[in-house]
Design a protein around this ligand. Structure first.
Ligand code: SF4
Ligand code: SF4
Length: 483
């Protein structure tokens, strides 16, 4: 058996003294993971950046090989780690469970801390992109003015010249009312409790959510429910804590409103905890301290909601990815494992806890619609890539075409950087072509930045799966729809 075919023996971590790769961070010793790599290169062949950029050395180098080099010679982290888009496709592709994205995130954090000049244009630009959550409240104070100014070609030109933010893309518009403003005006959690109770009475259902045991996530939920003092037969009221993320709050509140209406339709009461950015753009830019500060708030607030009997759902696939996987991989905070184990994608949660398929069977939307659907990489990473097409096939008058498993290419902030724009569009070319071939009315996805790339590359208008479920299940006539 060649070296390339043979898994390294003894890679369990039990048979050596751990080495601190990063002296300050004992918990970041990833040597067992690095030793599990048997150099099959599957990760490299699944990397969309390596596929179109010959200069990018690929995930095997970024992960296990850099780790080995660092261990032997105390090498500096290579600057190519900043060219990784954090799409995490290598993570899902690796047959040996090497924690590639954890290695990349950790290496990027070290690169930024130790090798980047904090006065450089690149650092300032990356910090701005990574901290959208800090800037968005300013932009949304006067949304019409902000949208006008950000839409000027002079602003886009300046953004590229001064900061290196590509002028090829249009900045996303701010909504005139944020989701949280709408939520508060509507009466917040108290109003939601009342609506949920009315829906349960209408449906003749009880107040507890059901687990469908055949789903692997259901079993995990049963275990974690038991671990926090519950039992495997849930007795909590139907209650969810909604992690809306930044984009659904400031830019596309209609997605968040759809989530509220759909969950209340099933009799769930919703709480909307205080929250910061999930950290996704911070991980991708090596701003690990910023991400940790956000995680401290999010974990504290979400853990408290769990204690109150709520499960956590997110409408953005990158936010759920971050809470589920990146948080426990990168941070050691009280309650973080519990938060990770009880976070769900919003559609996935309903699939597992409700008979969503049966509910959608024979439902209709106002006008017949066809969708070109792109499953985001971060949804694929959570095993969610088939659910949208399957669910939408139950709705009369709706056709959804899967446009394939390629990456959209934008990967959050990656495609906003002037130096990555061409690569981002080359990666997206396959998806653009399949979307054009689908000849649909509208594009569909669950990731806000994938939706920007889909619109940019094809001219399609893009919507979110929750909006389609809202149209099919709640429709346009009920009181719930108008508020
Ligand atoms: S896919 Fe996994 S085992 Fe194969 S080269 Fe990449 S990291 Fe190593
Ligand atoms: S996260 Fe994506 S871009 Fe980065 S190395 Fe892995 S596959 Fe390539």
């Amino acid at each position: 058996m060649s070296d390339a075919e043979r898994p390294t023996e003894g890679g369990t971590g039990d048979d050596f003294e751990p080495i601190q790769v990063f002296p300050e961070a004992e918990e970041m010793d990833l040597r067992p993971g690095a030793d599990n790599c048997y150099k099959c290169s599957t990760c490299d062949t699944n990397c969309p950046v390596a596929e179109v950029d010959d200069e990018f050395p690929g995930p095997k180098f970024q992960g296990p090989e850099q780790w080995r080099l660092k261990r032997q010679d105390d090498h500096d982290v290579d600057d190519s780690v900043m060219k990784c888009s954090n799409c995490m496709r290598c993570d899902s592709a690796c047959p040996s469970d090497v924690p590639l994205s954890q290695m990349h995130n950790t290496a990027r954090g070290e690169y930024v801390d130790e090798r980047m000049d904090t006065f450089s244009r690149e650092y300032v630009r990356n910090r701005i992109l990574a901290n959208y959550r800090r800037l968005a409240p300013l932009g949304s104070m006067f949304p019409r003015t902000t949208n006008f100014v950000m839409g000027l070609s002079a602003t886009q030109w300046l953004g590229e010249k001064l900061l290196g933010i590509t002028s090829e893309r249009e900045f996303p518009s701010f909504a005139t009312e944020t989701f949280r403003e709408w939520w508060d005006k509507r009466g917040g959690a108290a109003a939601s409790r009342k609506r949920a109770q009315e829906a349960r009475e209408r449906r003749g259902g009880d107040a507890t959510s059901k687990l469908r045991a055949e789903d692997p996530r259901a079993r995990r939920d049963q275990d974690s429910s038991a671990s926090r003092g519950g039992t495997s037969d849930r007795t909590e009221p139907k209650r969810i804590a909604y992690f809306h993320g930044c984009y659904s709050n400031y830019n596309t509140p209609e997605v968040a409103k759809s989530l509220v209406r759909v969950y209340e339709h099933f009799g769930y009461e919703i709480v909307v905890p205080d929250q910061h950015c999930s950290g996704t753009p911070m991980f991708a830019n090596g701003m690990i301290d910023d991400a940790r500060r956000s995680a401290e708030t999010n974990v504290r607030e979400l853990a408290a909601a769990l204690e109150d009997g709520a499960d956590i759902v997110a409408s953005c696939s990158s936010c759920s990815m971050s809470l589920r996987q990146e948080y426990p991989e990168l941070f050691d905070l009280a309650g973080i494992e519990d938060v990770a184990a009880n976070t769900w994608d919003a559609v996935e949660y309903l699939r597992v806890h409700e008979d969503l398929e049966a509910e959608l069977e024979g439902s209709t939307v106002e006008d017949d619609l066809s969708f070109a659907y792109h499953a985001p990489c971060h949804a694929r990473n959570q095993g969610l890539d088939g659910q949208t097409i399957e669910l939408l096939s139950r709705i009369d008058g709706v056709e959804a075409h899967d446009v394939g498993d390629s990456c959209s290419g934008i990967s959050g902030t990656y495609g906003w950087k002037a130096e990555n724009y061409d690569t981002s569009m080359k990666i997206g070319a396959e998806m653009f072509e399949h979307m054009a071939d689908a000849n649909a009315d509208t594009g569909l996805t669950e990731c806000p930045t994938c939706s920007m790339q889909m619109e940019h590359g094809t001219g399609y208008e893009i919507t979110h799966t929750l909006e389609v479920l809202d149209a099919a299940l709640v429709g346009t006539e009920t009181e719930g729809r108008t508020q």
